[in-house]
Design a protein. Structure first.
Length: 89
């Protein structure tokens, strides 16, 4: 339990930010899974459409510092590679 007002406020802020970060991360991961599932199933058009949404979510998470910007770029690169591999099959 916080002993003074400033630590109580920090605790409230931390809870709010933690919840926000969890929801952003969860939505991001769900979208990435949708892209990978569509690519593995061979649904190229669907995978590309889902990739556009996933790309936006990854960029927003990187901008909000929920994940590192380079981690977002790495995820996007891996998703593009998965789609490209699915196209060549």
């Amino acid at each position: 339990m916080p002993n003074n007002p400033s630590t109580a406020k920090r605790l409230r802020q931390t809870k709010t930010l933690t919840e926000r970060n969890k929801s952003i991360k969860s939505a991001m991961k769900t979208q990435v899974k949708k892209v990978l599932a569509a690519a593995e199933a061979g649904q190229i058009e669907s995978a590309e459409a889902e990739f556009k949404v996933a790309s936006k979510k990854l960029d927003k998470a990187g901008a909000a510092k929920v994940i590192h910007k380079n981690a977002a770029a790495r995820q996007k690169s891996r998703l593009q590679r998965a789609i490209k591999t699915a196209k060549s099959k």
